[in-house]
Design a protein around this ligand. Structure first.
Ligand SMILES: [Zn+2]
Length: 478
């Protein structure tokens, strides 16, 4: 008895200990921020009149003294690009600044002919937005967007053997950079954010946001800190002291899948290092898809290493409210609003509405088909399901023709089970020799009998159903 008591006392202590110490996997939590670069689809480049449509073009044919960084060449701001950037900011719920200006971000790299990149640091076009994302547990969390700013792209280097070539066609193409606060806690949130961002870019029509072509590029900043249960998601607002003293930047990753794999790898690597008591350092890492691991690219410079200063060739400019409200009016209905409207207006489920609003083209197609469908008494849910199940090639069939097909299907007389059974029975009765052959094991004759059933039902029977019924009857199950 006494022994048993001592045992239970011990287990109470163990319980107490395990309550005090969270399991190892919960001791650390990742802190992740994203920087996304989106290349705008404007006709001309950011600061010159060269064509920005460079993909697949002969290298160094879309260039001029401005985007080659020749001495004395003066930049001129592409207003269309600013409008696209402001639209992105508005779509993400940002505040558009009253005044903005460009700065020079100085660093030396062969793909940067001027020795600096024209970017924005202290006076971004848009600040302070947010986006709702879903985490791995299915919870919705808000990711704060720090800024949306305008900058220019660099040239593109390609390494062939020991030779490196530079193509300046991309140099000066307008880029929008969207920077979040370090609010991501898992890769499901990252995936959701990136997909939604891509969708918004396409809805706005400001970029194709194609990752394989480099229209959209993701960079992640990751660090790991000890987690305390009382911490809230946003406690970093209180000051940088809450953030770890280092961060690892993941760069040059060109697919959602690789980014997710790289972030997962980093969370694991950093957590294990901290568990061993190692010190982590500020560095830039890339992803090796063959080895499925990240590798060091360089030790990171701090922001002040770039010696940002206002570009003297590009004076500060004001953004008047009227211009912003005009751009606001030009915004299309965005995916989230459209999804909510589809649910309310057409009575379809939210998950179906999400599929139908995946692209603006599909959503428009659905609405046009629904409009024509009403005139022909076709249920809108039937249209939705047809589109969701991709029963036909949407690119080849116009919405009106889709309704015609659905109408024919609806009008087609339905064959009852009794009618099918009668046709099956008659086909067997009228062909006793064939039926006998089947019973002797000659299964190929079944096709002949199915043909008979199809003829008797004027093609209304479902061949699979007819086959099954025939076998049932022939085997004497009926
Ligand atoms: Zn140019």
């Amino acid at each position: 008895m006494a022994h048993g008591k001592a045992g239970s006392a011990k287990s109470n202590v163990q319980n107490l200990m395990s309550n005090l110490q969270p399991p190892m996997s919960n001791l650390y939590e990742p802190i992740i921020g994203l920087e996304v670069h989106v290349e705008l689809n404007t006709n001309s480049k950011m600061f010159c009149s060269c064509s920005a449509d460079y993909f697949g073009k002969t290298p160094n044919t879309h260039t001029c003294p401005v985007c080659l960084g020749l001495l004395g060449a003066l930049p001129l701001i592409n207003k269309k690009a600013l409008e696209s950037c402001i639209k992105v900011g508005l779509a993400l719920g940002c505040k558009v600044s009253n005044t903005s200006r460009f700065e020079r971000k100085n660093y030396f790299y062969p793909d940067l002919p001027k020795g600096y990149q024209i970017s924005q640091y202290r006076w971004p076009l848009c600040v302070g937005g947010k986006m709702e994302v879903t985490d791995k547990n299915g919870n919705t969390n808000s990711i704060r967007i720090n800024r949306v700013h305008q900058e220019e792209d660099t040239g593109k280097m390609s390494h062939i053997g020991s030779v490196t070539r530079i193509d300046f066609n991309r140099s000066g193409v307008p880029l929008v950079e969207i920077v979040t606060e370090p609010d991501f806690r898992d890769t499901d949130e990252i995936r959701d954010y990136a997909k939604k961002l891509q969708q918004i870019m396409r809805y706005l029509g400001v970029s194709n946001a194609d990752m394989e072509k480099g229209d959209m590029r993701l960079e992640a900043n990751i660090s790991v800190r000890t987690s305390r249960s009382h911490r809230t998601r946003y406690d970093s607002v209180g000051g940088r002291s809450e953030l770890p003293p280092y961060r690892v930047e993941l760069k040059n990753i060109n697919s959602f899948r690789f980014m997710v794999a790289a972030v997962e790898y980093e969370i694991k690597r950093q957590t294990e290092a901290l568990e061993k008591g190692e010190r982590l350092i500020q560095e830039t890492r890339g992803w090796d898809e063959n080895k499925k691991q990240t590798y060091v690219q360089r030790v990171k410079e701090e922001a002040n290493d770039y010696r940002y200063f206002p570009d003297p060739d590009l004076p500060q400019f004001d953004i008047d409210n009227e211009w912003v409200s005009t751009l606001k009016k030009e915004l299309p209905e965005l995916p989230e609003e459209k999804t909510a409207r589809f649910v309310a207006q057409y009575g379809i489920s939210e998950s179906n509405a999400k599929i139908l609003t995946d692209t603006k083209e599909l959503a428009d197609y659905f609405e046009e088909a629904a409009r024509v469908g009403v005139e022909h008494d076709i249920d809108v849910k039937k249209i939705a399901n047809t589109l969701i199940n991709k029963k036909f090639d949407q690119e080849k069939i116009l919405p009106a023709n889709l309704i015609k097909i659905l109408k024919e299907e609806t009008d087609k007389p339905v064959l009852s089970d009794e009618e099918l059974e009668k046709a099956v029975r008659d086909s067997i009765k009228e062909n006793p020799k064939v039926a006998e052959d089947y019973k002797k094991g000659k299964e190929t004759v079944l096709q002949f009998l199915v043909g008979q059933v199809m003829a008797k039902t004027k093609g209304l029977a479902d061949p699979k159903k007819a086959t099954k019924k025939l076998i049932d009857f022939l085997q004497g199950n009926r």
